[in-house]
Design a protein around this ligand. Structure first.
Ligand SMILES: Cc1cc2nc3c(=O)[nH]c(=O)nc-3n(C[C@H](O)[C@H](O)[C@H](O)COP(=O)(O)OP(=O)(O)OC[C@H]3O[C@@H](n4cnc5c(N)ncnc54)[C@H](O)[C@@H]3O)c2cc1C
Length: 295
């Protein structure tokens, strides 16, 4: 069956894109890199009356940084995250590097990946663990949304139909911090069976000051495992401490079955993947502590 035709618009500015979005209401779809939207169109999962292609808006494609925060434009590609951020935001860079293949990452964008809200998407757990804040703009103004409030269900976000994500702010760590994004997938390039982002911050005596663990493919949305992270605070991050946190994360998992894995397998694998992520994050933090000036 031939699908109904759609209008294609490629605005030259953000203000033009916002006006078009308001004009078309819920009948339009934004397109950034097209790496999720185009497959959905081909599979007839979406049938928008209009596509508003924001891919050319250079004003959304930059990155800026001050002492505390990196602001990443919504159109910064996954490949750019992977290549330019290993020093400043290594967790985000590592998660980006795990996505699909290089062709996908060359086109897929941070704003598009987060707005797609795929429960198996790799960037959401990194954004959640890092405490990211998204800026959503409409013709009426802009608002800041914490990553923890952004994802509302599978493929659903808190965005209203006239809003565009324009940037993502990520706070920088000023202490000793180890990171890891560990993704279990059936084949290289596949979506996650389970993915875990882990951040551990150490006090000068080597004990855990703070820990953040976030998961994808383990529930209807990516989410932070609050109990698991809290259980590590003040500990020496022994293997037993990490195992306990991983078990708590496993208890929090509420996955579904799909072509990649059954819900039961995902539930079993969640603590395994979290333990691997925490072990790697602890090793990286320990290395930083050993190499810190004055030690
Ligand atoms: C073969 C293949 C393998 C993949 N493997 C993985 C993987 O392993 N891990 C993974 O995480 N992802 C994977 N992806 C998805 C990839 O990361 C996509 O690039 C990403 O999900 C969407 O980014 P995009 O810029 O292409 O968005 P688009 O496809 O252009 O848009 C996606 C959705 O977000 C909306 N949108 C886009 N930008 C904005 C914005 N700024 N504000 C508001 N709404 C917006 C669109 O309207 C659309 O609904 C894969 C994709 C393919 C095709």
């Amino acid at each position: 069956m031939i699908p109904p035709p759609f209008e294609y618009r490629a605005p030259d500015s953000l203000s033009e894109a916002l006006a078009l979005l308001r004009e078309h209401g819920g009948d339009a779809r934004l397109m950034a890199g097209g790496q999720s939207l185009l497959p959905m169109l081909k599979l007839r999962l979406v049938r928008p009356a209009a596509i508003i292609d924001i891919g050319g808006l250079r004003e959304l494609a930059g990155m800026t940084e001050d002492a505390d925060t990196v602001r990443i434009g919504a159109l910064v590609t996954e490949r750019t995250l992977e290549r330019t951020l290993p020093q400043r935001l290594p967790l985000l860079a590592e998660a980006a590097a795990s996505i699909g293949d290089i062709h996908i990452r060359n086109l897929g964008t941070l704003g598009g990946a987060l707005s797609q809200a795929d429960p198996s998407g790799d960037l959401a757990p990194a954004a959640l663990a890092l405490g990211a804040t998204l800026t959503a703009q409409s013709t009426g103004g802009s608002r800041a949304v914490a990553a923890g409030d952004f994802f509302t269900g599978p493929y659903e976000t808190c965005l209203t139909e006239d809003e565009i994500v324009t940037s993502v702010d990520i706070p920088l760590s000023d202490g000793i911090q180890g990171h890891a994004y560990v993704k279990m997938a059936r084949r290289a390039g596949d979506y996650a069976v389970v993915g875990a982002a882990a951040l551990v911050s150490l006090a000068p005596d080597g004990t855990c000051r703070d820990a953040r663990i976030a998961l994808c493919a383990a529930g209807p949305t990516a989410f932070v495992c609050e109990d698991a992270g809290r259980s590590l605070q003040g500990t020496s991050l022994t293997d037993a401490d990490l195992a306990e946190a991983a078990a708590l994360a496993g208890q929090a998992a509420d996955p579904v079955s799909d072509v990649h894995a059954s819900a039961e397998y995902r539930k079993e694998m969640t603590p395994v993947v979290v333990a691997r992520a925490l072990t790697q994050a602890r090793e990286r933090a320990d290395r930083q502590l050993r190499e810190a000036p004055g030690r």
